[in-house]
Design a protein around this ligand. Sequence first.
Ligand SMILES: NC(=O)c1ccc[n+]([C@@H]2O[C@H](COP(=O)([O-])OP(=O)(O)OC[C@H]3O[C@@H](n4cnc5c(N)ncnc54)[C@H](OP(=O)(O)O)[C@@H]3O)[C@@H](O)[C@H]2O)c1
Length: 222
Amino acid sequence: MTSSIEPKTFLVFGATGQTGQHFTSLALQAGHRVRALARTPSKLSSEHPNLDVRKGSVSDANSGVDLDDLVGGTDVVVSMLGDVEMQRERKVNTEFVQRLVPAMRRNGVKRFLYQAGGLSKAPGRPLSPALWAIRKTIARGYDGQHRDNEAVMEYLTDEAPDIEWMVHRAGIGSNGESKGVLERSTRRPSIGTFADCAAYNLRTVMDAAAIHTCDFSMYRKA
Ligand SMILES: NC(=O)c1ccc[n+]([C@@H]2O[C@H](COP(=O)([O-])OP(=O)(O)OC[C@H]3O[C@@H](n4cnc5c(N)ncnc54)[C@H](OP(=O)(O)O)[C@@H]3O)[C@@H](O)[C@H]2O)c1
């Protein structure tokens, strides 16, 4: 029996993170190739023949990472980046995405999924009072990350209409067992697991209907 999937080459940022590790495993299991940029490549224990790990950081434009070399030859870019401490001081993800998108253009790569948070506000859409209340209280330590995610969404909306971008405003609560299948939602985020969010990212980045959306993910009703 022949496989129905068309193998793609994914460029993954944040592959060593809680969502990114699941995403990388799932993409490899599905027969895709993964190229990953990692500050600490040894955190990715797998030595899969379709996994190409390159050492580097996204937060320093002068770190020697050649973005054209990294992006060239890939089909799809996925970012599950986060550095809560650094994002309190600087919009590091926004600065990086502003360098990444031109590199994607130069190399003819159009598809891009960026994982933000369920408490990050999408451009032109208010956050509900309940989500604001959570953000300003128990989740206040992540405010810098949300402000950075919001600046990424604004940049993509205003400056990158030619890129097939999509933003996943994920609500993640645990690294536990799967709780089901997440689907795109404009209503509110489910509290998902990292693995379910990674599976959602893999499905959604291939879904043309998700282009230019900044939606939440919600568990499908049984
Ligand atoms: N965690 C949550 O509960 C949660 C909930 C909802 C939404 N989100 C969103 O999802 C995103 C990813 O979350 P996560 O929990 O999966 O992330 P995470 O576990 O914190 O991992 C972040 C990833 O980004 C990488 N990274 C950070 N700074 C980097 C740099 N300068 N250069 C290269 N790589 C860098 C980290 O690499 P290292 O291994 O080198 O540190 C790691 O692979 C977050 O930014 C957030 O907006 C998270």
